[in-house]
Design a protein around this ligand. Structure first.
Ligand code: GDP
Length: 212
């Protein structure tokens, strides 16, 4: 299958941009459909495209980046190209990106990070998170699939995630950038509010309807 790739020449005009990234299968498509109400295809075979998907709302562009990291049936080389595409995309478009939403899986995030750490490698989630901070792009980490976590374990799981991101627990001290959600259950209110706050911060609450 021929691969279409983002190139520096392709540029969708917009004044502001919100970019969604995440490991494949974390529920990014489900989340975007919930947030912006578009028919984003869910459950497609991951990694078929190397292009971002764009949704345009006047001055605001909402961008869905290809899922990164390990994918069944996708070779290592292609996984690397997706990572490079994401890095290059942020470098090219940083000035207009008002926030990146990094979606992670509540249940597996800590385990995956620790496994990579144990091998002496930088986990890709943390590498990208750090990279965005270095570019001064605000990041909201959307901790998805919270419905898979028992109520009594929720705080512990979120504290563990906060710690890996370099935020001292308790996680509740970081609610401006950590949003526990369950996209599948439609429980995304906290994230919605944070996104609207970002639009308000640039004086464009008129665009908030995009996330309603
Ligand atoms: P993507 O590859 O990140 O775009 O992931 P998808 O949106 O295609 O979702 C991958 C799988 O996770 C699907 O089976 C979804 O139904 C499931 N999923 C998405 N959000 C949630 C959630 O909040 N909770 C649970 N339990 N499953 C979810």
């Amino acid at each position: 299958m021929p691969l279409e790739e983002y190139t520096a020449f392709e540029r969708v005009e917009a004044k502001y941009e919100v970019v969604f990234i995440g490991r494949s299968n974390v529920g990014k498509s489900t989340l975007m459909r919930e947030l912006i109400g578009l028919k984003v295809r869910v459950g497609r075979r991951p990694g078929v495209t190397l292009r971002p998907n764009y949704y345009s709302f006047g001055d605001l562009l909402v961008t869905d980046m290809p899922g990164y990291g390990y994918m069944k049936n996708v070779d290592y080389k292609k996984q690397h190209r997706i990572r490079d595409l994401i890095v290059r995309y942020f470098e090219d478009n940083a000035p207009r990106i008002i926030t990146a939403v990094q979606v992670v899986d509540a249940k597996s995030f800590t385990e995956v990070v620790d496994r990579w750490d144990g091998r002496g490698e930088v986990p890709i989630d943390l590498e990208l998170f750090q990279f965005l901070r270095d570019l001064n792009i605000p990041v909201i980490v959307a901790v998805n699939k919270m419905d898979n976590i028992y109520d009594r374990e929720k705080n512990m799981v979120l504290d563990d995630i906060a710690l890996r991101l370099g935020f001292s627990p308790p996680w509740s001290g970081w609610m401006d950038r950590l949003a526990p959600i369950s996209a599948k259950k439609g429980d995304v209110e906290h994230l919605r509010r944070l996104l609207k706050d970002k639009l308000r911060a640039v004086g464009r609450q008129d665009l908030a309807g995009c996330f309603s």
